[in-house]
Design a protein around this ligand. Structure first.
Ligand SMILES: Cc1cc2nc3c(=O)[nH]c(=O)nc-3n(C[C@H](O)[C@H](O)[C@H](O)COP(=O)(O)OP(=O)(O)OC[C@H]3O[C@@H](n4cnc5c(N)ncnc54)[C@H](O)[C@@H]3O)c2cc1C
Length: 398
């Protein structure tokens, strides 16, 4: 097997690097590094998004008519790994990695033509209304109710853990439209405006004091029938299709490799500061183990990506990738916290542009907050226990 890049691919890599050199500013890199929340701050992510839009590189995997680049899988890999290496901010997934691919796969032509350009430009900023106080892992138990009245649905109920609902102007929701059959039946997928009197957003703070998610209360909120994806009462199959994209998460591993490189630099810096060459010893085996896992995830996700064709969804492999990648992310954050020792204890302000001096080295600032917030990765998008159940059934046939 030839793992070397071709001459054209080497040239492409240079083109990506030179784009990153000119557009990925020190401020953007620093903001991405300091964020401890699960998602990048909206302003930071949108600034990076607008630069990618200008270059035409925001949504490489989408059909060309909707902004795709028609790149080969290798080009996509080069692009995402160079972005991770350079420390580019993560993009916000609700529009670009959830409702966007869903619209492309299951939306009507009118829905695609209207919504896709608005996702790309950032005019529409989306949040996801799946979970409810009584329906998380057992999502099909959801009770938020929608009743059809002419060309509209009237919605009443509560959604919870809705990430960035306080920043979004649009929400996609699963609602109950029928209670008569099995609980997976009678669910409908709707898109609606956040900015209307029937929608109230109540903040929930994380244990690192970040405001990422919310409770959203609908009281006679309105959705238009033309903003339904799929048929009425067929929302469960639409929801599952979207979750497979949410869980597969693009080319995994590149970000982890760059986080592992960060641990190496951190260890070297602490060893140098304390003039203690032996500081490095207890960490070497663990760093190597994590690196091997990250490489394995990277190659596996590339294999999966290359097997996805237009309109296909990733299937149960997405459960495997979600489990492996999020377990690894947590292991990396644990090791990073371990390396800085007592400096992980004080609360540090990680908000963008803060004037508060860091306790210890500036690079320590976001490590503890990140460690805490990353506990969420094995819960959201369907917990890892649920992913293992899916793999047991769909892959192992148990
Ligand atoms: C940071 C963050 C952001 C989120 N953002 C969103 C969002 O934007 N929109 C949205 O709709 N939701 C969001 N969620 C919610 C998320 O999808 C749910 O938290 C998740 O589905 C788990 O549901 P739950 O919290 O109700 O836990 P529960 O379902 O009550 O599960 C509790 C525990 O029991 C385990 N468990 C449950 N059932 C089984 C089973 N059958 N077998 C084995 N173990 C089981 C789970 O793995 C978990 O450990 C977010 C969550 C987090 C943490």
């Amino acid at each position: 097997m030839n793992l070397n890049f071709s001459e054209a691919e080497v040239l492409f890599k240079e083109e990506v690097k030179s784009f990153l050199d000119s557009e990925l500013t020190a401020d953007l890199i620093s903001a991405a590094k300091h964020t401890s929340a699960v998602f990048t701050e909206k302003d930071v992510a949108m600034e990076w998004q607008s630069k990618l839009v200008k270059k035409g590189w925001l949504v490489p995997s989408w059909p060309e008519e909707y902004g795709g680049t028609n790149w080969t899988e290798t080009q996509k890999y080069i692009f995402s790994s160079e972005c991770a290496k350079a420390g580019a901010p993560n993009l916000i997934p609700m529009g670009l990695a959830m409702i966007g691919p869903l619209l492309l796969g299951r939306g009507t032509k009118e829905q695609k033509d209207y919504y896709i350009p608005r996702i790309i430009s950032g005019e529409d900023y989306w949040c996801q209304g799946y979970s409810e106080p009584g329906a998380g892992s057992d999502l099909a138990s959801l009770q938020c109710r929608a009743v059809r009245q002419g060309d509209q649905y009237i919605i009443n109920g509560t959604k919870i853990w809705t990430t960035h609902a306080h920043l979004a102007n649009k929400i996609f929701c699963l609602v109950r439209t029928d209670n008569s059959g099995k609980k997976q039946q009678g669910i409908t997928f709707l898109m609606l405006d956040m900015d209307q009197p029937g929608v109230k957003v109540e903040p929930i703070l994380t244990m690192a004091q970040d405001h990422d998610f919310n409770q959203v209360v609908f009281t006679d909120a309105i959705a238009n029938v033309k903003d339904r994806i799929g048929e009425e009462n067929d929302g469960w199959s639409v929801a599952k299709y979207l979750l497979e994209f949410e869980r597969s998460g693009g080319v995994g591993g590149s970000k982890s490799l760059s986080d592992i490189e960060f641990i190496r630099r951190l260890i070297d810096k602490i060893a140098l500061t304390h003039n203690d060459k032996n500081f490095i010893n207890p960490y070497m085996v663990k760093v190597a183990e994590l690196e091997i896992k990250a490489q394995a995830i990277q190659y596996t996700s590339l294999r999966i990506l290359s097997s996805i064709r237009e309109g296909d969804s990733p299937g149960p492999e997405s459960s495997m990738m979600k489990t492996l990648a999020t377990d690894l992310e947590q292991e990396i954050s644990e090791l990073t916290l371990d390396v800085i020792g007592y400096y992980g204890i004080p609360f540090q302000d990680t908000s963008f542009g803060t004037n508060e001096l860091a306790i210890g080295d500036e690079t320590f600032r976001s490590i503890a907050g990140k460690y805490q917030n990353l506990r969420a990765t094995t819960i959201y998008g369907g917990s890892n226990e649920i992913q293992r159940n899916i793999m047991a059934k769909a892959v192992l046939g148990l």
